[in-house]
Design a protein around this ligand. Structure first.
Ligand SMILES: Cc1ncc(COP(=O)(O)O)c(C=O)c1O
Length: 448
């Protein structure tokens, strides 16, 4: 059979609430045209993020009842630690309340002013935490990734030549780690090949620099490798994920993505000395090392989720259903980042709305219009989020895991195509107020 169905059935449901265009216009004005500031009850389909928005399984809910809430030495921690060690092969597993807490601890320990941290493309919190430590975050995607329309199997790869050049010009002592984000979220949710991970590791190892994976979407990346990289079709997603991690000296991880959890993160390392420094910082702000800011039940949900996410039926459905949204809008003329990524579809707003210049935030304007028109929340990944560092003006439609059915996605397709029909009437925005860091979360805009 050609039809790929959701590999789950629904046991518990949450109602969705319809609103009118007039109501949404009022909500937008009240929120300063920033969709982060709109109440969730006023959203019909929420594609703001795939982070922490996962639907948990019966097994995860059952495991949560087993959660050991002991302050120290919780059984739930050791269960989770075993799963993570088996998957990653990494020695020290430090739980945190979410991914950015792992980033903050890692960069506080490793980075200082004058340091440079390369990545294929840094995610916003990663960049912000690096800059907060005084270091500089540098993106080194392959040059072909600059063209949103080019279809490559592994468009998330890092440019190995650019990495070598950076190390030569900045000096080894100024590069405390190299990072690779799998999949490359800010670069369109595009995967990184095993060949590229191995090549980056070879360069980093030659200079004695540790390689860290930002592993939020490791399972989706593993599936793309299985489908696209010669030689891996016969491997299980777990075997491929293990191979990916075998090149890493450490990782940061947000369990809000590919662990099917609603909260949680991890910082892992093979370095005993670093682990001590990191654990000391953990205790200062996150908590004792066997819970790190999480409840025992959260650790259980992560442990089960990390195993469930590697189910081939799930991963096949996940990648095919994301592609379904992408193909159905792209084939009707909406420019997306090609090819479709793993967790999200990214509309190239600069191409779709050429009448809105970059400094009037075309992707934010599109996000506002999609909400006004159909109650769908998406997120700008462009000049609002990254300022002058933005390579593109993208609108991301991130798909929560196991949450929406195909009819929800068909509604999204229809809404985007209707917005596309009247795209000439969409107006740009100007910023009215903004905070000093991560401005996209709370900036306010006015319509021009
Ligand atoms: C690639 C990447 N790294 C890091 C993070 C940060 O994780 P968290 O939101 O759990 O702090 C995210 C979250 O979206 C991400 O996509």
């Amino acid at each position: 059979m050609k039809t790929i169905i959701e590999p789950f059935r629904i046991k518990s449901v949450e109602p969705l609430r319809h609103t009118t265009v007039e109501e949404r216009e009022r909500f937008l004005a009240e929120a300063g045209y920033n969709l982060f500031l709109i109440k969730a009850r006023n959203i019909l389909i929420d594609l703001l993020t795939d982070s922490g928005t996962n639907a948990m399984s019966t097994e995860q809910w059952a495991a949560m009842m087993r959660g050991d809430e002991s302050y120290a030495g919780s059984e739930s921690f050791f269960r989770m630690e075993r799963v993570v060690q088996e998957l990653t092969g990494l020695k020290h597993v430090i739980p945190t309340h979410q991914g950015r807490a792992a980033e903050r601890i890692l960069f506080t320990v490793l980075c200082r002013k004058g340091h440079v941290i390369p990545n294929n493309t840094h995610f916003d919190t990663t960049r912000a935490n690096i800059e907060f430590s005084g270091a500089r975050a540098v993106d080194l995607p392959i040059p072909e990734a600059a063209d949103t329309q080019v279809r490559l199997d592994f468009k998330g790869n890092m440019s190995v030549a650019a990495l070598e050049r950076l190390i030569e010009t900045e000096g080894v002592k100024n590069i405390p780690l190299v990072m690779l984000t799998v999949t490359n979220n800010s670069g369109g949710g595009q995967p990184v090949s095993l060949e590229n991970i191995a090549a980056v590791k070879r360069v980093a190892a030659r200079y004695g620099i540790p390689l860290y994976l930002d592993a939020c979407r490791f399972a989706e990346n593993a599936w793309f490798i299985r489908e696209r990289e010669p030689g891996y079709a016969g491997f299980t997603p777990k075997q491929i994920a293990q191979k990916m991690f075998s090149f890493a000296d450490g990782c940061t991880f947000s369990a809000k993505k590919d662990a099917f959890a609603n909260i949680g993160g991890l910082l892992c390392t093979n370095d005993d000395r670093l682990a001590v420094l990191e654990t000391n910082l953990l205790i200062l702000t996150e908590g004792f090392p066997t819970y790190g800011g999480l409840a025992g039940r959260d650790l259980e949900a992560i442990a089960v989720g990390l195993e469930e996410v590697l189910d081939p039926d799930y991963l096949r459905y996940r990648i095919v259903s994301t592609g379904y949204l992408g193909r159905h809008i792209a084939d009707h003329g909406v420019p997306i980042v090609e090819p479709p990524g793993g967790h999200a579809i990214y509309i190239d707003a600069e191409r779709m709305l050429p009448h809105i210049p970059k400094d009037r935030f075309p992707a934010q304007a599109l996000a506002v219009e999609l909400y006004r028109h159909a109650g769908i929340r998406s997120v700008e990944i462009g000049s609002v989020m990254f300022g002058a560092n933005a390579q593109h003006e993208l609108l991301r439609l991130a798909i929560p895991r196991r949450v929406y059915t195909q009819s929800h996605i068909d509604y999204v397709v229809e809404a985007i195509l209707e917005v596309s029909e009247h795209r000439d009437r969409i107006r740009g925005l100007a910023i009215e107020s903004e905070p000093p860091l991560l401005r996209h979360f709370s900036a306010r805009f006015r319509q021009l």
